[in-house]
Design a protein around this ligand. Sequence first.
Ligand code: FES
Length: 402
Amino acid sequence: MIRLGRISYVNMAPVFYRLDAEVDEVQGVPTDLNARLLNGELDLAPISSIEYARHADRLRLLPRLCVSSEGAVDSIQLVARKPLEQVRTVAVTPESATSVVLTKVLLPEAHHVPLGEEADAKLLIGDAALKSAFEDPTPHHDLGRLWLERTGLPMVFAVWACAEPLPPGLLELEAALVESVRTARAEPEQLAYDSSERYGYPAGFLARYFEKLRYRFGPRERAGLLTFLELARDVGELDEVPELRFVARESPSARGNHPALRSCWHPVAYSEDVSEVPVPVELLGEPLVVWRDSAGTAHVFSDLCIHRGTALSLGTVEGDEIVCPYHGWRYAASGACTAIPQLADPTRVPAKARATRHEAVERFGLLWAALEEPRLPLPAVPELESEAWRTVSCGPYEWRCD
Ligand code: FES
């Protein structure tokens, strides 16, 4: 049975709301879960983003889950008795490594002291921060909001990390956690009432709080995480920014979900929706980007820059190349990287620097793709190409068919 960590704060309520999986659940504050995962007491846990980065060589990430906010998050507050630009000392909680580093990124001039000592401001997280907002009239500054103002990106406070060697069943458990979040989103009142009973906050307050939390680990969240790690490195909190390594990319079980379907053709977009603006799509659980070059040819790549894992769908198309928004690596239609701007000679690119390109073909007004070498050509559908028939586009619709 998978030993699954659960942060003991109310922010976990949606993820565990209707979790349909047999797990050995272990509760703790973030720093506690970080330590337990790293010393082998847990198989999977939501851990601080910065702690993940410091131990990324031993960990893998779940590709679909994180804990983030796009703007105010309420549960991470800097309570300051002075205007922020005059804060020189911050008393920091020992419970959250990421929030402490985020404070350093946002207020690099401020010296940190243990919570309880005299300081210009104090950092509170989790339930202590939520309670303080009710009880303490001192000005509160939401770190999620300050981060959005600084970068324009979501702030990823925690990622779901698994220690290597990976136990079986991780992706099935991730699917159950994602399903729990989906159910929680569909039943916001019930979630708020249940959580109110368990954690003791007013249900109306919790309903608004849950709306601010995000659990999807999408392209913007990944860009936000990498930006945070780069800034953490710049203030001396991280030696280097690691490559984000995911369970799905190399786990045999990921492919085991759809072994036959990967070499079949699937429609991934209407042709009319594919343009010189990259668009993210998903096929068999894999994030893809579709784009059209200046000659009008459509392409399908994995939505992942092989430099640091940024989503290429956040980038741009320039001529016949797709360009990563983060450090500007350029990829040709073949997937080959053609330029790395940071090199003395940007065109001296290592041969292994390639984006993952997938087979793609346009027909019947659709863009089709196959994740592996297709075993058969696209089937003929004469009616779709006959002038005697009229094609009516509809959807896409979401079906639960797995
Ligand atoms: S992440 Fe650095 S160029 Fe894409």
